[in-house]
Design a binder for this molecule. Structure first.
Ligand code: GLU
Length: 418
């Protein structure tokens, strides 16, 4: 699997793992077994476009480990998708699920496609073809997909439909994050962003920051938008927001309702009249109390880690902070990092609730879902903070080591076959 190391994201995930494995003193016999992905599947997806022309897309699914249950993780549609990044994201899902005590291993899928450039019909054909190529490798007990960047509830509905047709009956538990009308869970759509806001607000209370903290969010997709809405509900002031088109900034605070209406109309945040246009690089280093990167990985780097001006770095995205940036942040104890595998785990936690509800065909009220979610997030935050204090380590190392240790324990006790 050495070829994967050509990918900067995969190398970053391995470097993180190696450092934590040293810290935990994981025996050599378990290191490679825990680190390397169990299965990597790459498929070609020939799809007929609306023009009649046939285009072949590349799709991947990586299942990191199957020690504690089925693998779980999103499906990403983005032009920069490559197998190494998918493998890194699958590894992070493993530690995220273990940290939250979910009975899952990590997985991730991706198709190298810019979904904004294709029609709904074309996206449906890509999704159905991808699903049908993956049928030998997925099932509710083997690997369960969910939305990620560039995919949504509709994508999940197509996957469920394609899989169910093949099976001969409806199998709603094959995906999570699907529409409520076909077995989705209440609260799943908002879960990741609301979880990010909940944790940022909890930490803000711990640090005794004022209620009207300034917040900057990079990303206005599913995670960023619900994180921003959540923060504003907690009383914070949204002073900056960015998406792929660039950023906007207003020290007095942006009117979120007007911004949502503007984005619904134009598809982008830039051009919003009530703020100054700013680049994404500048956005990240503006003064604020709470900074929420909620888009791509590796945006906090050695270049800007010394310049960010927040008290709380709440990582809504997966892998937003590079290993080099982490070294700089360790020298900046005034910044409280809520690491990605904790901060954005609300999504997969409610995915777990959705899967359980589907398996039982017994559905819960929204209040029950958020009560349970917040209890898990609160407890996990507390555990991570205590672990960091106990060993005098940063929060990321604490969170990763808690997750990685659980997977190692599972592998050790199950033993090696044959
Ligand atoms: N794609 C989300 C993540 O990265 C959710 C995964 C899931 O719900 O399975 O955590």
């Amino acid at each position: 699997m050495k070829h994967l190391l050509a990918s900067p994201a995969y190398k970053m995930a391995c470097d993180q793992f190696d450092a934590v494995a040293d810290f935990l003193n994981i025996p050599e016999s378990l290191r490679e077994r825990t680190k390397l992905p169990k299965r990597l599947v790459t498929v070609s997806l020939p799809v007929r476009l609306d023009s009649g022309e046939v285009k072949v897309f590349e799709g991947h699914r990586v299942q990191h480990h199957l020690t504690l249950g089925p693998t779980k993780g999103g499906l990403r549609y983005h032009p920069a998708v490559e197998i190494g990044e998918v493998a890194a994201l699958a590894m992070w899902m493993s530690w995220k699920c273990a940290l939250a005590d979910l009975p899952y291993g990590g997985a991730k899928g991706g198709v190298a496609i810019d979904p904004r450039k294709f029609s709904i019909g074309e996206l449906e054909r890509v999704t159905r073809r991808y699903t049908s190529e993956m049928i030998p490798f997925i099932s509710p007990q083997t690997d369960v997909m969910a939305p990620d960047m560039g995919t949504n509830e509709q994508t999940m509905a197509w996957i469920m439909d394609t899989y169910s047709h093949q099976l001969g009956h409806t199998a709603s538990s094959i995906v999570t994050g699907k529409p409520v009308s076909i077995g989705g869970s209440l609260g799943r759509r908002e879960a990741t962003g609301r979880g990010v806001a909940f944790l940022a607000n909890r930490v803000s209370d711990l640090l005794k920051l004022p209620n009207d903290s300034r917040v900057i969010v990079q990303g206005f997709g599913n995670v960023g938008s619900f994180a921003a809405i959540g923060m504003v509900k907690y009383g914070a002031r949204l002073v900056g927001i960015g998406d792929a088109s660039g950023g906007i900034h207003n020290v007095k605070g942006l009117d979120l309702a007007a911004l949502q209406e503007y984005v619904a109309r134009t598809g982008v945040v830039t051009g919003f009249p009530d703020g100054d246009k700013i680049s994404n690089e500048e956005l990240l280093v503006q003064p604020c109390e709470i900074l929420i990167p909620a888009a791509l990985d590796r945006v906090i780097t050695a270049k800007n880690a010394g310049k960010i001006q927040c008290r709380i770095l709440a990582e809504g995205a997966n892998g937003p902070t590079t290993v080099e940036a982490d070294a700089i942040l360790r020298q900046r104890p005034e910044i409280f990092v809520i690491p990605d595998i904790l901060c954005n785990s609300g999504g997969v936690i409610v995915s777990y609730f959705e899967w359980v509800q589907d398996l039982q065909s017994f559905f819960w009220a929204e209040t029950e879902i958020f009560d349970k979610l917040y209890r898990i997030l609160d407890h996990t935050l507390d555990t991570v903070i205590k672990e960091a204090r106990k060993h005098n380590i940063d929060h990321r190392t604490a969170a990763l080591s808690l997750g990685i240790q659980k997977v190692v324990n599972g592998k050790a006790i199950r033993g090696l076959f044959p």
